[in-house]
Design a protein around this ligand. Structure first.
Ligand SMILES: [Zn+2]
Length: 109
């Protein structure tokens, strides 16, 4: 089968190591493109990955947020779900930096 993303490679059955938000979820069967490396899982496997992510409490942690004005700076609203997961508290110190056009906020544990 041809890859639907790049339309150049061929899909081959392979085991892939699945991670979500940097948390390792396990190895799952997938079809991986020989050219672009894009991987595809069937509905059954996708459901299994979802179940493991839910069990680990990380399902749905990626979400939209608003950037607001705070004096001359901007403030990012961190949703309660993420704050609880990372045990963030008001007043805690964090290190903020850009990385590949993304915003990374590192919090000490
Ligand atoms: Zn491809």
């Amino acid at each position: 089968m041809k890859c639907p993303i790049c339309e150049k490679g061929v899909l081959r059955k392979k085991k892939i190591k699945e991670t979500m938000f940097g948390v390792y979820l396990g190895e799952f069967p997938a079809e991986v493109c020989t050219k672009c490396g894009e991987s595809f899982t069937d509905i059954e496997t996708t459901k299994k990955i979802e179940a493991v992510a839910k069990k680990k409490g990380i399902w749905g942690l990626g979400m939209k947020t608003k950037i607001m004005k705070s004096g001359n700076s901007l403030a990012v609203r961190i949703p309660k779900k993420i704050a609880d997961y990372l045990n963030l508290k008001q007043g805690k110190e964090a290190f903020i930096q850009p990385q590949d056009h993304k915003l990374v906020i590192e919090v000490q544990h």
